[in-house]
Design a protein around this ligand. Structure first.
Ligand code: NAP
Ligand code: G4F
Length: 324
């Protein structure tokens, strides 16, 4: 029988890679997209409009899509923006997760069918880190409204597992990037600028804290781990990371260096881009995922940076040709 999956946030970076992975595995993939432009009509085959900030039609969507697996990827996922929109972020990223879990519980009660649940938890929950590297036993110390909302979603997922026996798992994913990464996250912001600077469309790039360190992997590798979690006989929580940490400065070096430029000639610091509280250092220990899921990252840091720069250089060249 064809397996069916429902992905919230299907049009985001991870939603796109996960759709490709599940489709290749023979799944019928259904997805939820937010209704940004009311009145624009049908969302399309296997696509449904819903906003996790209210979620009144989630049960109806479950009844229509009849999923075996639900991947909850939708979120207000921008950390800095969450300081400006803390309540909205809590509604979408935190309570939104609870809305999905409640709808699944209702659906299971009504139909007697089992639905497996994946929650997109985040390394941001470790925040002001207690130990390095961080693993499943590391205490959370969230440093933003976004991270607080993700901690709420994490514990609701654990509670639905423990209270109702739901097959509900948290993937605690460290930063993962790709040419499909949203344009305001630091890696993509840098690679887009590198392309435009290289072809002469831009001179300067404004950034905030370039000393912050992140454990950056490739999104295409990370969606494999999401799927693997839901294939386990028992639900559980897993850290997914490369185990390598680099500063934004390192990323700048690699990205500008890839096209023969020096980042120091182009980057300016802008205090408006600093955050009220920063997460200084993230570095994950994915030993449990390696051992239990057989998961390991394939794309290394330098390869990831090169892939993103090459993609964005091509975009810039196209933009330049268009301008004539
Ligand atoms: P993303 O590109 O920002 O995708 C999030 C998706 O959620 C977008 O398609 C967005 O739609 C949708 N969305 C936003 N608000 C919504 C709402 N109110 N109702 C319904 N949908 C809504 O994020 P991603 O990088 O793919 O990450 C996927 C998930 O993993 C997110 O939950 C993120 O917080 C989490 N995560 C990401 C990373 C990472 O490094 N990428 C690491 C750990 C955890 P619009 O684009 O139309 O707004
Ligand atoms: O790329 P970022 O915005 O990612 P951040 O804050 O680590 O969050 C991302 O990863 C999380 C996993 O740990 C996800 F849960 C979350 O949804 C999101 O996908 O910023 C990375 C670092 C930060 O320390 C930031 O202060 O880069 C620093 N930075 C410096 N200048 C900047 C900038 N970040 C952004 N977005 N823009 C800048 O100009």
């Amino acid at each position: 029988m064809t397996k069916r999956a429902l992905i919230t946030g299907i049009n985001g970076q991870d939603g796109q890679y996960l759709t490709e992975l599940l489709t290749a595995k023979g799944y019928a993939v259904h997805g939820i997209i937010p209704c940004r432009a009311p009145g624009i009509g049908e969302a399309g085959d296997r696509l449904y409009y819903a906003d996790l900030a209210e979620g009144s039609n989630l049960l109806t969507i479950l009844q229509k899509s009849e999923p075996d697996e639900v991947y909850n990827l939708a979120a207000q996922s921008h950390v800095r923006l969450s300081f400006e929109l803390p309540i909205y972020t809590a509604e979408v990223t935190g309570v939104g997760t609870l809305r999905v879990l409640e709808a699944i519980r209702d659906y299971q009660r009504l139909t007697g069918r089992e639905v497996r649940f994946y929650q997109a938890s985040s390394s941001e929950m470790f925040g002001k880190v207690k130990t390095t590297p961080q693993n499943e036993d590391t205490q959370f110390h969230p440093r933003s409204p976004y991270a607080c909302a993700k901690v709420f979603g994490f514990w609701q997922t654990v509670n639905y597992r423990e209270s109702y026996g739901m097959h509900a798992s948290n993937g605690i994913l460290f930063n993962h990037e790709s040419p499909r990464r949203g344009e305001s996250f630091v890696t993509r912001k840098i690679t887009l600028a590198v392309g435009r600077i290289k072809v002469g469309l831009q001179e300067k790039l404004k950034l905030g804290n370039v000393d912050a360190r992140r454990d950056w992997g490739f999104a295409g590798d990370y969606v494999e781990a999401m799927w693997q979690m839901l294939q386990q006989p028992e639900p559980d929580d897993y850290v997914v990371a490369t185990g390598q940490t680099h500063s934004v400065r390192d990323f700048l070096n690699a990205a500008f260096g890839h096209v023969g430029l020096k980042w120091e000639d182009h980057v300016e610091t802008d205090s408006n881009l600093l955050r009220p509280a920063e997460v200084d250092l993230l570095c994950g220990d994915a030993t449990k995922a390696r051992k239990k899921l057989g998961w390991s990252p394939k794309v290394r840091f330098e390869e990831l940076v090169g892939m993103m720069v090459e993609h964005d250089l091509e975009l810039a060249e196209r933009e330049k040709r268009k301008r004539g």
